[in-house]
Design a protein around this ligand. Structure first.
Ligand SMILES: NC(=O)c1ccc[n+]([C@@H]2O[C@H](COP(=O)([O-])OP(=O)(O)OC[C@H]3O[C@@H](n4cnc5c(N)ncnc54)[C@H](OP(=O)(O)O)[C@@H]3O)[C@@H](O)[C@H]2O)c1
Length: 372
């Protein structure tokens, strides 16, 4: 790499559990990258342990959190992969800097409120510059969105029920994000209109391949109602999900209930204070690397029309690895060819749902089955 040609991809939050997986897959795609974050020491420590990293073309960049500092770092690159969540908190300055620096923006945020903000504030601005803004290019959106589009190909449907579940230990960042979405409004889509989910309400769900039911939550609403808001065919979307671990889901539900009963009635200021206290009580730890035989995932889409029905199930494994791969593939694609859609768009629209499924499938991370 010559001194004046910048590496085309920046991972912001590269030392995180997800960021390091993006690095691992960028190496597979032979994409030179900058591993950025707020601590050189942490970045070096983590990058030194990425499998195969000795053959990657990368550099480490410690960067301050202001928009100006980020613009300086991003300028000359082509794609920013933002893995520093919660995106409700950290997303705005990173997306602002990406646009200013003329970079495509990808992130792994699943927070519906963040997606609605990106659609509203940033969609047109990115489109005007022929740039993509694709939040939620990650497990908790893409495989289920792939299944939704395969369902649309298969049957004449206007209604989607979506379930996204995974087995694993939530990372520090994921836990922070679970807290961050609690005060936000979670919407489903009914006749193309956003409708608020009842708060702190869990649902028993049926997971194909399992005898017992699981507990799922609307968890901030999921991205899908936003993706389908103005869809010409799909008018109703409900998304639920969570961990394939009833005990963890009971705990998250209890936290939501505690928030509704004791914190929401307080002033905005006191709410924020209480939420910050709850969040900081969580211990920051990094879970072990995922195991394909253990950390399985499942996405279920039920499509319904007046007289038609389809069920599409994605059997998968290792949700964080799926996320790393999706980011790396998207970044690789963007530096070689323009996206199919610019502005605010899901990864399925920018890169093709069949293409993304082939990527996941060819890495042994998921397989689609259609029942109609
Ligand atoms: N949608 C999905 O399917 C999906 C999948 C995976 C992850 N996620 C989301 O992605 C986010 C990251 O998850 P993770 O598992 O990688 O968490 P993690 O291991 O805790 O890593 C978080 C990363 O973000 C950085 N960060 C946090 N706050 C920051 C701030 N204020 N300024 C700069 N950097 C900051 C951290 O840097 P430090 O180490 O310096 O704190 C770290 O590099 C979470 O929001 C999670 O919910 C979503």
């Amino acid at each position: 790499m010559s001194m004046n040609s910048k590496r085309p991809v920046v991972i912001y939050g590269a030392n995180g559990f997800s960021g390091r997986l993006v690095a691992e897959y960028l190496r597979e795609y032979n994409v030179p990258f900058i591993a950025a974050g707020r601590s050189r020491e942490k970045l070096e420590d983590v990058m030194n342990h990425v499998p195969g990293i000795e053959t990657a073309d990368y550099e480490i960049a410690e960067v301050g959190g202001s928009v100006d500092e980020l613009v300086k770092l991003f300028t000359g690159a082509r794609v920013v992969c933002n893995t520093a969540g919660p995106f409700l908190y950290n997303g705005p300055r990173v997306i602002a800097a990406s646009l200013k620096a003329g970079c495509h923006y990808l992130d792994i945020g699943g927070e519906q409120a963040w997606l609605r903000a990106v659609a509203k504030e940033w969609g047109e601005k990115f489109a005007e510059r022929n740039l993509l803004a694709a939040p939620a290019t990650a497990f908790m959106s893409v495989p289920s969105d792939i299944a939704a589009h395969i369902s649309l190909e298969t049957a004449n449907i206007d209604t989607l029920e979506i379930l996204t579940m995974f087995k694993g230990i939530p990372t520090f960042g994921s836990t922070q994000t679970i807290f961050a979405v609690i005060p936000t409004e979670a919407y489903y889509l009914e006749q193309n209109q956003y409708k608020p989910w009842p708060r702190a309400t869990p649902y028993e769900v049926v997971v194909p391949g399992s005898i017992t039911t699981q507990l799922a939550l609307p968890w901030g609403g999921f991205p899908h109602p936003v993706w389908f808001k103005d869809h010409p065919q799909i008018a109703n979307v409900r998304s639920l999900g969570g961990l394939l671990d009833r005990q963890i889901m009971e705990t998250i539900f209890a936290t939501e209930k505690h928030f509704e009963e004791n914190i929401r009635p307080l002033s905005k200021e006191k709410q924020e204070q209480a939420l910050a206290e709850m969040t900081s009580s969580v211990q920051g730890s990094t879970p072990p690397r995922e195991n394909t035989r253990e950390h399985r995932t499942i996405d279920v889409v039920m499509g319904r029309g007046s007289t038609d029905f389809v069920k599409c199930v994605v059997f998968g494994t290792c949700c964080y690895r799926q996320t790393g791969l999706l980011q790396a593939y998207a970044a690789h694609s963007l530096i070689h060819t323009p996206p199919r859609k610019v502005g605010f768009a899901p990864a399925t629209a920018a890169f093709g749902h069949r293409e993304l499924q082939k990527v996941l499938e060819s890495h042994g991370l998921s397989k689609v089955k259609v029942y109609s």
